[in-house]
Design a protein around this ligand. Structure first.
Ligand code: PLP
Length: 299
């Protein structure tokens, strides 16, 4: 079941529409060029997690793309309507085996058809995929794939929109299909100068433990990766808990030498990496349990 609400500045609560019926112009540049931005948030326990951080990143992505965005209050109204609609549908369908406590709230805005001042903006709420929940428990086998550019390109080439969450995810999805075709679950991209970047839909985190000091490290944002809201929230919680924090630069050998590595993201949360390119890596279960408890408490 997917609930759809269009964001509409004239209607504070948004406009409810039928998610199973066509709703967009076939000439919309979001459709024909992937020209738009989006966010995916986790709804669980009656809360949309990290809503402020996601709305801030949506704003930043839209600014990078020079894309018009509805007012924040209009987004919040449409999100509240969509979540309420989803909850109403859930209670009507209680007993449905696909029904879980986790849903994906997606925010999308496109450039609209050629010549339009602004494109449509909408919110959907749908059940979270089961695969992500399974990978949290079982872990993931990862392959390193070359992204084909060096780690200083973002600065030199702002037109590449690096660091913005745009709708142009065809390459990310192709990388995931390639990983699956060779028996892996996921991908960590590397730069042409040998730096660790990010997953196609996730941020890389590694942990080490030295003389009782726990340390979390993630790649530097200057490499052009997306600033992860999950990584940000985990770092804030870990700092409170006395961990030390670091921001790259990371190379593949740092992953192989770490006590634990995860791919983190808003929906799948914390997926422990079990192997990289077929080689088993460190899996410190105590560190994993500690970080999992922090992730559970993120709001
Ligand atoms: N990096 C990329 C390319 C992503 O697509 C995502 C999320 O989808 C992330 C990182 C993780 O971001 P967040 O933790 O905000 O979900």
């Amino acid at each position: 079941m997917t609930v759809l609400v269009f964001v509409d500045s004239a209607t504070p609560a948004g406009r409810v529409a039928d998610a199973s019926a066509p709703q967009l112009l076939v000439t919309d540049q979001g459709v024909v060029r992937g020209d738009g931005v989006f966010e995916s948030m986790l709804y669980t326990g009656g809360t949309v997690r990290k809503l402020d951080a996601h709305l801030a990143r949506l704003r930043s992505s839209a600014a990078t793309c020079e894309l018009a965005l509805p007012e924040e209050d209009a987004w919040r109204g449409a999100i509240a309507t969509a979540v309420a609609g989803y909850e109403a549908g859930r209670s009507a369908a209680s007993g449905d085996p696909d029904d879980t406590d986790e849903a994906v709230v997606k925010l999308v805005v496109t450039r609209g058809a050629e010549g339009e001042a602004h494109g449509p903006a909408w919110v959907t709420v749908s059940p979270a995929p089961e695969a992500g929940r399974r990978q949290r428990q079982e872990g993931i086998a990862v392959v390193l794939l070359d992204r084909g550019y060096d780690s200083s390109l973002a600065d030199r080439a702002p037109w590449l929109l690096m660091g913005a969450k745009t709708l142009s995810y065809a390459v990310n999805m192709a990388a995931l299909r390639h990983a699956r075709s060779i028996g892996a679950d996921d991908v960590i991209f590397t730069s042409s100068d040998g730096r660790v970047l990010e997953g196609p839909t996730s941020t890389v985190l590694l942990a080490t433990r030295e003389n009782g000091v726990k340390r979390l490290v993630t790649p530097r944002l200057e490499t052009g990766i997306l600033p992860g809201t999950t990584q940000g929230a985990i770092f804030a919680a870990a700092r409170q808990a006395g961990w030390t924090l670091g921001y790259g630069p990371l190379e593949p050998h740092h992953l192989m030498e770490a006590d634990a590595v995860w791919l983190v993201s808003s929906i799948r949360l914390l997926a422990p990496v079990t192997s990289i390119d077929g080689t088993a890596i460190g899996r410190d279960h105590e560190l994993h349990d500690e970080l999992s408890a922090m992730v559970r408490d993120i709001r």
